[in-house]
Structure formats: structure tokens, C-alpha cells
Design a protein around this ligand. Sequence first.
Ligand code: DON
Length: 577
Amino acid sequence: MSMHLRARCAFAVVMTIAPLSIGAQATADSTGMVVSRNGLVISSSSIASDVGASILRKGGNAVDAAVATAFALAVTYPGAGNIGGGGFMVIRLKNGTATTIDYRERAPLASTRTMYLDSTGHINRSLTATGYLAPGVPGTVRGLALAHRRFGKLPWRDVVLPAAQLASRGFALDSGLARSLAREVAQAMKSYPASVAAYGKRDGSAWQAGDTLVLADLGRTLNAIATRGADVFYTGWIADSIAADMHRNGGLITKKDLAAYRARERAPIRGRYNGYDIVTMPPPSSGGVAMVEMLNILSHFDLEKQGRWSPETLHLMIEAMRRAYVDRARYLGDPDFVKMPLTRLTSSSYAATLASQIDRTHATSSIELGKDIVTPSSVATESDETTQFSIVDKDGNAVSNTFTLEGGYGSHVVVRGAGFLLNNEMGDFNKKPGDTNAQGDIGTPANLIDPGKRMLSSMTPTIVARNGRLFMVTGSPGGRTIINTVMEVVLNATGFGMNAREAVDAPRLHHQWLPDVATFERDAVADSTVSRLRAMGHTVEQRGRQGDAHTIIFDAKTKTAYGANDRRSSDSKAARP
Ligand code: DON
């Protein structure tokens, strides 16, 4: 991720853990975790976590709390929380059954495979960065409604209204969000009058910490969703507002696109590592498949004996990452459009073959590994703004949810009269057919743009169980790094016995096949380890922070949840409901 994006990411990830009934001290204990026997909500916004916790207190279950937290994040965490974007939810009920909700955005019906190429055949990245051609058809409202219809206990209205009230009455900006909004309004939003009207300060000055942000149109929109249901967004006046705004400004999304949008309940990807059962997101996210493939490969080696931070273990992790990410590029896309060998990719026999091909002392060439799909080069970029929340209720029902506008504040376009930001998720498609290159651009067929198709994601909301009982809830933002971040947090806990705090704090490594570079978080490993990896043939670089993995580990014996915020991006705060 670029320095610019990293700075933007760092702005307002005010980590909050809202435990229930743990008395006055709703803060992390000496282990750096918040402990609760009555449920736990962890999100990137203290106010949103409080909303989720208050729903648990009213007798709502984890899904009710998830829906309420998500809508609240659309108000209090505008960089990534959203109703104009999409995401994925993994749900595991206390009886052990698990499912996933896919509410990923879809390409508008008028979109084409080459819509982001200029006349010289180069990708015009400004079209997917901001503006009216960048958004996919939003999925969040249908997704949350589907989750609630299937599993919610409290009335829909009760879980949506708190967000509507937050938007209408306003909330106090902390310094991070004030700074971030001031910058966005002055820069990327300034070409969009409705965005400046929604998020600018009325007197035109810059937002300061402590100012109250009132989002009147968003409040009206959320109120309509609360009282009239998701249809008002997809076939009612909100759909009319989106379509009219698109029509006025050369965008593609129509009323037909919105009316046709469906969220999907999909069977999870399942894996097993060291006796733990993993339930994670299937395509159109690549996350679950790639993570299970990596863990399957790693299970062929005795990592514990080698040590978590030994060059040998890190080498094997890089080799597993390289192989899973080349398969991601080769095969994965929207299951409604492409056939994928998912059973094979997540099988232990396939992992055994891949593991046997790893040279224990030499790096594999990524180009060589993917020579069937690699073509000449151009330049690649990556964006990084998304948000993860993890929830457990007192009964042990669990939700892991990752949702996004793609880049921070998405397309920067606020729908006139409806007050919410639209995503810029179309950039997650393969934009140049046939161009898969050393810089990390992918042009393989599975993820090319087609009307109505969902773009491939890396979001990896994940729940882990052991002996049929809930063990862990995790996930992260971070673009293509997400899959590795989540895999490492899971590996730390399930393979190395780390508690939630240790698993989240442990330094992270990323390799995504191409570019053929392993990046470590700053000062993650000793210089001698880096030298050894370089001697094996790896290109090793340092990076800033990777991910923001809000994680809960659940002790099923004592029914106690241990929550760890990711301190990379946040001042840990806890709020009592
Ligand atoms: O779906 C995806 O994989 C990306 N659009 C997610 C973007 C992201 O994580 C940015 N976050 N920090």
C-alpha cells in the first residue's frame, strides 16, 4: 500500500471493544484484552460498538448486533462503513451450523470488459478511483436484510433505527475523523457538490475534534430503511435517487440494476488446521479458498518445531502464499459466472502435491510458477480501506463481518438527496483482459468484467471452532494483504497457542505471488533472518502496518470471550453499554 493510503488508513480506526456487563471497567485488562461472559462487539468505531452492545443488552443475538453495528458504522466510520458498498458476513450459530452472506457489489448491466481502458489500451485508473463510473451496484442493505431475516431475533426497525438517530442527531468527531474528513472534503470530494454538502462543515472551515457531524440526508435514508425495509433502497425513492444521480453524471447504475440486486447465502469454505475447524468466505471472495490452501500446505511441515520466526518457517509461509495467490489469479471469480475447482484447491491431496514441490532452501520463481498466465508488464496499484467487526453473543453465536467501499470513502460520490457514499469497487475486477504481469496486475478470464457479475474480493471474515465449539472470530481490511493477515492470525492462535492479543500483535508478512516480493512489517524479524531469506533467493522489503484484525477468542468451557483490538491502527478504547 502506498504511504498516502497508509496515512489515510491510519486516521480513524478508533478501536473499541464494547463488552457487556463487565462492570465499570470496560477497558482492556493487564493482558491487553477485554474479557466478557455476556457477549462482545469489536469494531473500528466506539460509537458503533456501543450500538452493537446495546442490541445484545436488549436481548438481540449476534446477528442483530451485527446488523446494528454495520448500519452504525455507515454513519460513524464513513471511510469504510457503508450502505453504498458491499461485503461478506460469516455466521456460526451456537449449535455449530454455519453459513455466509454474500452482499458483494455487482457490475452494472451496461458495463463492459474494456470500460476502464483508454484509447491506447492502458488502464485509466482515475476512472476506478473516484467518480460515477467507479461504483458497483451496492449490496450492503440487501445483505444485512438477508442476514436479519434468516437469523435476527429483534425487529428490523429496532436494529436499524439507532444508526438513523445517530445520523440525524449527529455525533462528536474525534481528532482522527475530523482530520480525515477535512482532508477528503478539501481534496477528493471537492469535485462532487453533494459530497461536500453532506460532509463539509457548513461555514466552509475545516472540521475540528469535538465538532458535531450531522448527516441529515443519511438520517432520512436510514430512517426509511428502518421503517420500510430494504426495498426502499432497491426499488423505492432511494433507488430513484441513485439512478437519477447516475443518469445526470454519466454513471451506469440504473433502477433495473438496483431492482435486480440480490444478496446470496452461500455455503462456507471449510478447512482444518491442527485440529481446528475453519469456516470462511467462499467466492466471490478469494479469501477463504486461498487461506485454506495456505494452511493445508503448511500443515505438511512441523512449524512448531522450526519456530514461528525461524527463516525456515517464514520461507515455507512465503512459498505457501505464492502458491495460493497464483491459484487465486488463475481460477477465482464470481461463482455465478465462472466454474472453479474449489474442491481441488481446498483439498489436502492438492496441498500435499504443492508442499512436495517446495524446495526447503530455495525460493520458487513466481514468474516460473505462473508462466501459463503471465504476460508483459504494466504498472499496478492497490488500495486499502475496509473495516472488520467481530461479535460473539452470550450464547456463543458468532458473526465475522468485513465490508468496504474499496478505497477510503469509495468513489467519493455522495448520492444527492440520499446522503450516502457510493463504493469504487469496480476496480477489483481484472481491468485489462490478458494482462497479468510482474507488477501484480491480473488479466485472467475468471475476474473480467461482465454485466451483473461480482468482482473478486480478498475479504476473509473467518470463524474457527474446535471440537464443535466456537474458538475464534477474526478478519481484516487491507486489500490483497487481507488473506495473509487473517491466515497469520489464525496460524498464530491455532498452531502456536497464542492468545488473542498475541495473535493480533504478532508482526505480519505478505507475499502475493506477483510482485515477487516478501514484505515484513517494520522490524518484524531480525536482520540475520532477513539475510537468510535473501540468501534463499527471496526479495525482502519492509512495509508499514499490515491489516487491522479485530479478533475474539472464545473459551467455550467458561463461555468467556477475550477480545483484542488491532493496535496498529487504533487507540484502544472500550465502552460499556
Ligand atoms: O474486496 C476487496 O478485497 C477490496 N476491495 C478490499 C479493500 C480493502 O481492504 C481496503 N482496506 N483497507
